[in-house]
Write a protein that binds this ligand. Sequence first.
Ligand code: SAH
Length: 342
Amino acid sequence: MDNDRNLLSLSAQELAELVTRLGDKKFRADQIFGWLGKGAASLDEMTNVPLALRNALTDAGYYIGQPDVITEQISKTDGTRKCLYGFRDGARVESVFMKYSYGNSICISSQVGCRMGCTFCASTIGGKERDLTSGEMLGEVLRMRRHTGEDINHVVIMGMGEPFDNYEEVAGFLRLINSPKGVNLSLRNVTVSTCGIIPMIRRFGEEFPQVNLAVSLHAPNDEIRRRTMPVAKKYPFSDLIRACREYTDRTHRRITFEYALIRDVNDSKENARELAENLRGWLTHVNLIPLNEVRGREYRTSEGTSVLQFRKELEDRGIAVTVRRTLGSDIDAACGQLRAGR
Ligand code: SAH
């Protein structure tokens, strides 16, 4: 795999070093970095960069790692678009473009497949094939912008994969997308979602306090969480709650807890009350997601009345709660429905 030659993985600094190593001036690196951030998909598009430098880069094996769009599905109901992307080595991931009243959002994948094994999620069915690099994640965003011709205002790392199982590359991606000379997206407009890898929650709070953190909780206690999320065996429920409290104490940032409502598994009144008990008195927000049913998985979504009842139980106890509007479910683009498309 020659992903280290993906120009999109290089910081402005690394690009400057590369350009001077190839015998050209440093300011050329800024030009190239600017082109990459604008979405150039080939060196030929960089018309103000000398041909000799472009050729030197190509000869040295460098390329722009935007994925190809292999197939695209557009939702008939809400305009959500899901792209199946292909990278140079044949790896495939899905990425979803969504329009909200407050702007356009892209949900990107951080790994090809996933090894976390949550029993209600499609992304984990074939296990993990490999990690994505920082440049490949940036490529997902740039390709979507180019492909749709639309601005991207928000990035959520909630597609396939567990971002904190690929921490270094995700961190690299965050620095790249935030780079003033490049895409220059505010980290306040980025959300990372984790299934609860505790050491990385701590580290993330220190290194990226501006980024929004979402934690997939999906249960009010250890017993239920262990049934659906194998990660809970390594990082128990009470430890996770403690780590999240520490995170909010230290960063003063509110954590969003994602809670997929699964019929007869975690959606009773008692479950809601126990959840409220755990979250009372600190800066949290619960995002209820009526389970998106996944082919090949036995779980069923909660009935509408259970969803409303669950919400009310939380609200009555002073917990901030929203019910996620499901976008793109007619094209299997909703939470937990993304897969490698093979
Ligand atoms: N691995 C990370 C990123 C995935 S984000 C994480 O676990 O947070 C995708 C979100 O959708 C997670 O909250 C995940 O638990 C949730 N999800 C997975 N399968 C789902 C399904 N079938 N219905 C609704 N939400 C689901």
